[in-house]
Design a binder for this molecule. Structure first.
Ligand code: NZQ
Ligand code: ZN
Length: 386
């Protein structure tokens, strides 16, 4: 493996009573009394979580930014920045899924910057400071609650871009698996697919001697595949929710990528699609990941054979090609069995869109740390996914 430094400062509070700590946590990390509460389109009001959070924050002067969208938009972030600047907010509490948390990360950073928030996403501006914030997670999927990344959409330019900074790690994240009981089924499914995709992105890396990491990743993948269907069938199964919530957090908190960076091409391919078609991130990955695997396994098969052995316990007597095909088909069948679609055209994407998607993926040049995709590779994968 490569030399590495591991750093993750997020205080993670996990369990049924985690919200009880909200008041103490905000007091511990805030420099004052003014709190901005950020949330999405209203699910927290329906579930009652909003009232619970407001009660815990009763010692503070609370301002609100509601309406952070799934695939959070820079316009909404700008509104949050205005509130923070106008009222000199000391601390932000994000209550929601990856979108609310990602939007909040950009509010936190852009509030300490004089220019426009989008400059940070496009890396025109560096992050030098950020308003401290904590999260109450309501959807297990992205791992955003314990990492320093964020993905923001700009509908004026049809761009969906990732950015990150060590200054936007949450100070704390409160995770109560019971909060997941109210998730619509397709969001549970998207969360399963997204967390599995994070594990896959990291499994496909170029470093040598990563057996510890390989087995940790395979173990979490197999656990999610065993547990996911239980949560889909029985949404109030506490043990299943608990397992999935922990899985999605560890899948992208940096601990499984010690000594390498992971491939991450498929995420780039997906973000280009959801920059144009407002489809859920997990739904796009379910289509693109198997096609990325089919394509890249032809160019660089050895790691895929190991994947088939580690995760799908394929029969030793099979040829390498059969092992690979079996593993990819099993993965795709698993996602389909949960309700995921298999083709981009199921979401209205058509052949004329593919060049534009490829342009978007290439803004920083050819990409993929395990296998570098050039334009013709990208188009071949999109075509197979159409
Ligand atoms: O907006 P509300 O009304 O709250 O409803 C949300 C939203 O419509 C609903 N929801 C969330 N928790 C709920 C609930 N409904 C009922 N009960 C609950 N407990 O679910 C919908 C989707 O929420 P969203 O936050 O968009 O989902 P997710 O957590 O999957 O986040 C997706 C976003 O994260 C980005 C994706 O690209 C996408 O924009 N990602 C962020 C990453 C990161 N920061 O590390 C990495 C990922 O790979 C990903 O790219
Ligand atoms: Zn993802």
């Amino acid at each position: 493996m490569n030399q590495f430094t591991f750093y993750n400062p997020v205080k993670l509070v996990f369990g049924k009573e985690s919200l009880e700590q909200l008041n103490d946590m905000v007091k511990a990390y805030s420099n004052g009394n003014k709190v901005l509460l950020t949330y999405g389109g209203g699910s927290i009001k329906k579930t009652g979580l909003y009232d619970e959070v407001m009660e815990k924050l009763s010692d503070f002067e609370v301002f609100e930014l509601a309406g952070i969208e799934p695939n959070p938009r820079v316009e909404t972030v700008r509104k949050g920045v205005e509130i923070v600047k106008a009222h000199d907010i000391d601390f932000i509490v994000a209550v929601g899924g990856g979108s609310v948390i990602d939007g909040t990360k950009l509010i936190a950073a852009a509030s300490k910057y004089d220019g426009d928030a989008w400059d940070i996403v496009t890396r025109k501006a560096q992050v030098n400071d950020a308003v401290p914030f904590g999260t109450v997670l309501t959807l297990s999927a992205t791992g955003s609650e314990m990492n320093s990344g964020s993905v923001i959409t700009n509908w004026e330019t049809n761009e969906k871009l990732g950015w990150g900074s060590p200054l936007v790690f949450p100070k704390f994240s409160l995770l109560n698996p019971e909060v997941l009981y109210t998730l619509p089924e397709h969001q549970t499914v998207n969360g399963i697919i997204d967390s599995m995709s994070h594990l896959l992105e990291q499994y496909f890396n170029e470093a040598d001697n990563t057996e510890v990491q390989d087995q940790m990743i395979s173990g979490v993948l197999k656990t999610v595949m065993k547990t996911g269907p239980i949560a889909v069938k029985d949404p109030k199964n506490y043990e299943a929710r608990e397992t999935l919530m922990l899985s999605s957090t560890v899948a992208l908190n940096g601990f499984l990528r010690l000594g390498y960076v992971g491939d991450w091409a498929t995420h780039n391919l997906e973000h280009a699609v959801s920059a144009v078609y407002d489809i859920a991130h997990g739904a796009g990955l379910a289509i693109l990941f198997p096609e990325w695997m089919r394509y890249v396994s032809k160019q660089s098969p050895a790691r895929f054979v190991k994947f088939a052995e580690d995760v799908f316990n394929v029969e030793a007597s099979l040829s390498d090609e059969d092992k690979i095909n079996y593993a990819i088909d099993e993965l795709q069948n698993f996602w389909t069995s949960l309700g995921a679609k298999q083709k981009l055209s199921d979401y209205g994407v058509n052949a004329e869109d593919l060049e534009a998607f490829a342009d978007k993926t290439l803004i920083y040049g050819p990409f993929g740390n395990f296998y570098k995709l050039q334009r013709e590779d990208i188009l071949a994968i999109y075509k197979a996914a159409l």
